[in-house]
Design a protein around this ligand. Sequence first.
Ligand code: GTP
Ligand code: MG
Length: 631
Amino acid sequence: MASGSTIMDPVCLVRNQNNQLTVNPRALKTLEQISQPVVVVAIAGLYRTGKSYLMNRLAGQNHGFRLGATVRSETKGIWMWCVPHPSKENHILVLLDTEGLGDVEKGDSKNDSWIFALAVLLSSTFIYNSMSTINHQALEQLHYVTELTELIRTKSSPSSDEEEDSAEFVSFFPDFIWTVRDFMLELELDDYPITEDEYLENALTLIPGKDPKIQNSNMPRECIRKFFPKRKCFVFDRPTNDRKLLLRVEELSDNQLDVNFQKQSKDFCSYIFTHAKPKTLREGITVTGGGLGTLVEAYVNAINSGGVPCLENAVITLAERENSAAVQKAADHYNEQMTQRLNLPTDTLQELLEVHTACEKEAIAIFMERSFKDDKLMFQKKLVDIMEKKKDSFMIQNEEASVKYCEAELKQLSESLVKCISGGTFFVPGGHSLYLEARNKFEQDYTLVPRKGVKANQVLQSYLQSQAGVEEAILQADQALTAGDKAMAAECAKKDAAEREQELLREKQNEEEQKVEAQERSFKENLAQLQEKMERERENLLRKQETMLEHKLKMQKELLTDGFKKEAEALDKEIDQLKEGIRTTEKSFNISDVLDMASMALVAVLPGPYKVVGMGLKLLSDRMKGAEKPS
Ligand SMILES: Nc1nc2c(ncn2[C@@H]2O[C@H](COP(=O)(O)OP(=O)(O)OP(=O)(O)O)[C@@H](O)[C@H]2O)c(=O)[nH]1
Ligand SMILES: [Mg+2]
């Protein structure tokens, strides 16, 4: 958070009034100020089941989210509490407390489904809270999870009318925790002690039979197993057995609470603090506070427009925001560092270009770290463009600084020469040779002035040109010289001037070459860092796909063990698709193709005169890739 460790009060994030969901602008403002990654823990479940109380414990406070002591449901909409993460440095823990589900006093239950879906979509750890045991009834009440695939779409244009692959959903969904409150049973199965997680897994085992009631409770079981590969369970005793105290449990100090509850809630909190991951989307795209705000807005807007919120679109919206910020941050860094490191005028153009190359490299790295899904390199191109323009402006400043400095030096050094001319010193017999001597001395002195910069010769040349008339007059007035001597001297002066012009031209050519080389370096750097990023992303994707495959195979095996042959076989297609996906990801030829596109795209942003060179650079990129292709 901007100011560090202050704990703000909980604030309503999504209002639910008159059956309409709206995002609270004040909450968005709070999120906007959070530039760190967020660990988002959301809780949902039936109304009046102690959800708000448990979330307050995660914030390390008794008061925070409001509790209600009556049967009337207390929390409305989705409330948010941002606190510094207790153990992850530079992370913010965002707690989302949601309106209780299933309140009979509420007429319309449609928003219950949306609130449940939003809690799933926004969180990185999703807690489902229920009372006493995980039984048929508790599972039936979890029908919201079975509706998720109807409420949300992963792709903006599904490839066919077939069901969307659950792997797509999983890549957006959080880890799952079931908290069971007022748990009265022994954790035992067939007289053997079991862990809480085993208790949950056992409850999620599909029950054979055609009874519609059983099939109804099998649906959420299957959905939870399908959508939430990472599951955990925590059971809690009643916080206190004193009914009166229970009604004002938020006023009790820890030592007034049941000892088991104390330990259980401590274990629960420390699990969350250690294991709840920062919110990410897909291939490890980290979501910051500001990004979370963008997501809430995108989802709620989609819900209100009557459409089906599409996860892919939300990623695109987020990408636009994050990529613009990445360009800005990288460009700012470039600008700052150039200003700091350059001492204008630089001795040579090369000196400036080397600083540029170093600053640009850092800026590209900053951009690469933050940007994602910049498939068409729109944002990278923008950054290249900004830095090109900025570099040009630094070069102009450098030239101006050099001209200013050289002219000042020249004025000082030429003072005595000017005085002699106006005093008539050289308008005597032998004056021309005296003049040449004095001019050479002046030129030498000028040469010795350090750090004149890139315009040193040009400024001198202009000065000498401006003196050509004077020199000619001195020559013509020199009575010690014959007409032949004068003609020779004039010829000599002309030759000198032409040579100096040539020298200036060479210098200019040399600088053009240096500029092109700098662009070549820039192009190479952009491509190399892009390639590195793509490799990293490819590895991430591969890891995700492999985990998914493992999850699917495990599910299939479990189904077979439980005797659900048909359901197990239904997974075959998804498994085949995943395997195919893995094979595609494994081939680095894809990267090569994208790099081809990238190099063409980058060439297109290079400024006019370098475009031709850009084409040459394309060949260079081919060479770079050539080294990458597996033999
Ligand atoms: N039996 C029992 N009561 C609890 C527990 N935790 C809190 N309470 C009490 O239950 C009542 C409701 O607590 P809340 O935390 O407001 O419950 P909630 O689920 O957030 O309620 P809604 O926001 O209305 O859905 C309060 O009187 C709490 O003191 C618990 O673990 N067991
Ligand atoms: Mg509540």
